[in-house]
Design a protein around this ligand. Structure first.
Ligand code: SF4
Length: 303
């Protein structure tokens, strides 16, 4: 919808959204259009702006999804809408760069010594940008760096990182085959969950990384990553075990033919360290991903 707007109208909308945010208004309601019987009879493949469940595209299911959304969901939608507007008004430095290594470097340069959210002054040692294959078919996304990651500048290098490495290995892949990043790039103090404003400020950079890497599949590690990527407020029991169609919000890919990624949700490795009984469930999630990517597990892992 936004892409059909007149540039002047987009600019005016962007200014209006910024004005509301300065007033402290973050949540916007998107009123559903009154559909005529003729419109309702249109094919189910009509454009849907929010991330959609690939397996359940019916109106009833979309209604159920909306039921699951809290006020947080409405806020996320508003941010996505605003970001879409700003994306059109202000192209990103990496746009038009086909080389993913160079494009990721430009995103990192754009991030700079970031002070965009309060995490920059809450004890971070360094920004943890992301690591791995810039052309990976598979991405893992966690919620934020911990102490080890903050010290080393690389995501998932502590005990949870070791477990993630084992999970990747069990899939028949190497750490350097995939790309690993987090929703926020600075360590929240005391390893607390990143707060809403921090996620909203930082995640556009993750979206840009995803748009450059163009993975076939993304695995969200834990509920925080899943909820931020999908803008769905649901428990892990409902988030896991299904595929979601995913396109990074507010950015465009260097490859217009990239259809977006499929996204699956599994447990965060730190949670699996606390409750190893859930490792079998996580393995089921990874097997679903492997099947989609056509990966045969090494014999040892399959036994
Ligand atoms: S978490 Fe992200 S937005 Fe916040 S200061 Fe760090 S890099 Fe910047």
């Amino acid at each position: 919808m936004a892409s059909t707007l007149d540039p002047e109208l987009r600019r005016a909308l962007a200014e209006r959204v910024r004005y509301y945010r300065e007033l402290g208004i973050y949540d916007f309601y998107r009123r559903e259009p009154q559909l005529s019987p003729l419109t309702e009879a249109q094919p189910a493949g009509a454009e849907v702006s929010a991330p959609s469940l690939s397996s359940v595209p019916s109106a009833a299911s979309r209604s159920e999804l909306r039921e699951q959304m809290s006020a947080r969901k409405s806020a996320v939608v508003s941010v996505i809408a605003e970001d879409n507007i700003f994306e059109i008004v202000t192209p990103k430095p990496e746009y038009g760069i086909a080389d993913s290594v160079a494009a990721l470097k430009l995103i990192r340069q754009d991030l700079g010594d970031c002070t965009r959210c309060k995490l920059h002054k809450l004890g971070r040692k360094q920004i943890v940008f992301g690591v791995g294959n810039p052309r990976a078919q598979l991405m893992f996304v966690g919620e934020g760096p911990g102490a080890d990651e903050d010290a080393q500048g690389e995501p998932f290098v502590g005990r949870a990182g070791q477990l993630l490495n084992n999970m990747i290995k069990a899939m028949g892949l190497r750490r350097q085959d995939v790309y690993i990043a987090n929703v926020v790039k600075c360590r929240p103090p005391g390893n607390r969950t990143p707060e809403r404003d921090e996620c909203e400020t930082c995640s556009p950079f993750l979206m840009r990384q995803i748009a450059v890497i163009k993975p076939m599949a993304i695995v969200a590690l834990g509920a925080v990553a899943a909820k931020n990527l999908l803008a769905i407020n649901a428990p892990m029991s409902e988030l896991r075990g299904r595929w979601y169609d995913f396109k990074p919000a507010g950015v465009r890919s260097s490859d217009p033919s990239w259809p977006g990624a499929r996204l699956a949700v599994t447990y965060h490795p730190a949670f699996l360290l606390r409750d190893p009984r859930q490792k079998g469930e996580a393995w089921k999630d990874l097997q679903m991903v492997m099947k989609y990517l056509g990966i045969e597990p090494p014999k040892k892992a399959a036994e």
